[in-house]
Design a protein around this ligand. Structure first.
Ligand code: NAI
Ligand code: MG
Length: 365
């Protein structure tokens, strides 16, 4: 009997459905080639769900995802739904509740720039001439985003607002384990980013990361303060392998890394929850960018971020490593062969300008 898996497909809004079509064609191809089966069901989310049901995250979508091994997510949002109350807006009413509901505490964002695409990066090309390939592991459900107390009040007639940066040992330990495990599958170099010279939560962070490191003696661990990390990423981007950091620092550094890579349309992400006994995670996988309403409906969006998100899903949630490697290699080959959607095209000689579907064709080929 062939291996069988189950996923939910939440395409969402804007370019979401357009790039999802290409990812699903790739999924069909790797299933046939690598001999496994994925049962997939498509469900409403975001603005599309608001239009159909009045709510951005219908219970049916959550129920179906609970029965699945993973969620392949497109993107949500757009001008049409921007002025709705926060809790029924596409992003705040669907994306954040999904992360919370499934306890997706580990956000993995690879920043990758292939040697043939370094011209798309704003950093000096000599710094990334051999390519840029860094994995950022960001803690996603703790820290200052969720810490209590939080809020706003008045003191002596003056408005005061506060947030609390708080981490429990268990929260740091589990994200550190994800990062060390990821490093083991890569170049075995991990940089932990904190602000241990100032913040108590960072002192604990560093202590716990050092403790977890004992279980991963092969991984070379180093520490950077976040301000220095922001500098070093620009100064010597080629020297990083895996970064692990808390929620707020990771939000900022992962955007910096996206910029070094050049195009949002190339970058996938994984948000991982519980790790099962077999070493796989429940996870939600989506492009790093949004629904790109400015180009939606024109068939020109870059499908690569969605396709690489599928590869991460196959790797981390289904354990189909061969298929994941094949997709990564096919994307690299399409780029090296010169295929370019508008976001990564420069008009240079040898480039083949393509739309969404033709990029999908090139990768499938
Ligand atoms: P965006 O990421 O959608 O677009 C930023 C720029 O990047 C645009 O010029 C867009 O055309 C381009 N871009 C993004 N993905 C691309 C692709 N695959 N191929 C080619 N070009 C691409 O961010 P923006 O404009 O800030 O937000 C648009 C909408 O998306 C908003 O409603 C926002 O709330 C939502 N959004 C949703 C996210 C999600 O679903 N996870 C994340 C970020 C934004
Ligand atoms: Mg951000």
């Amino acid at each position: 009997m062939s291996r069988s898996h189950r996923i939910t497909v939440l395409a969402g809004d804007g370019i979401g459905p357009e790039v999802m079509i290409e990812a699903l064609r790739v999924l069909d191809a790797v299933q046939a080639k690598f001999g496994f089966q994925v049962t997939r069901t498509e469900h409403l989310v975001g603005g599309a769900a608001i239009d159909a049901t009045g709510h951005p995250l219908p219970p049916e979508t959550v129920d179906a995802s609970e029965k699945a091994d993973a969620i392949l997510f497109g993107s949500v949002g757009g001008p049409k739904w921007e002025n709705l109350p926060p809790d029924i807006q596409p992003e705040r009413g669907a994306l954040l509740p999904l992360r919370k509901h499934f306890g997706l505490f580990a956000n993995l964002r690879p920043g990758v720039c292939l040697p043939s695409l370094t011209h798309a990066s704003p950093v000096k090309n000599e710094l990334i001439k051999d390519g840029f390939d860094v994995l950022c592991v960001r803690e996603l459900t703790g820290g200052v985003y969720f810490g209590k107390p939080k809020g706003r009040h008045e003191e002596n007639g003056e408005p005061v607002a506060l947030d609390t940066m708080i981490y429990r040992k268990s929260e740091i330990e589990r994200i550190a384990r994800v990062a060390f495990t990821a490093a083991m599958g890569r170049d075995k170099r991990l940089v932990s980013v904190d602000k241990a010279n100032v913040l108590a939560s960072s002192v604990l962070w560093r202590e716990v990361v050092i403790e977890v490191a004992k279980d991963f003696p092969e991984v070379q661990l180093s520490h950077l303060y976040v301000d220095n990390a922001a500098m070093q990423l620009i100064r010597r981007p080629g020297e990083f392998d895996v970064l692990v950091t808390e929620n707020l620092f990771g939000d900022i550094l992962s955007d910096e890394m996206a910029m070094i890579s050049g195009s949002l349309g190339m970058l996938p992400s994984a948000s991982l929850g519980q790790r099962h006994e077999n070493g796989l995670y429940f996870g939600m996988y989506e492009p790093s960018g949004g629904s790109a309403p400015d180009i939606a409906g024109r068939g020109i969006a870059n499908p690569i971020a969605q396709i690489l998100s599928l590869a991460m899903l196959l790797r981390f949630s289904l354990g189909e490593t061969g298929a994941a490697d094949a997709i990564d290699a096919a994307v690299a080959k399409a780029i090296n062969d010169g295929y370019r959607t508008g976001d990564i095209a420069t008009g240079a000689e040898g480039e083949i300008r393509v739309g969404t579907a033709a990029m999908g064709d090139a990768i499938l080929a």
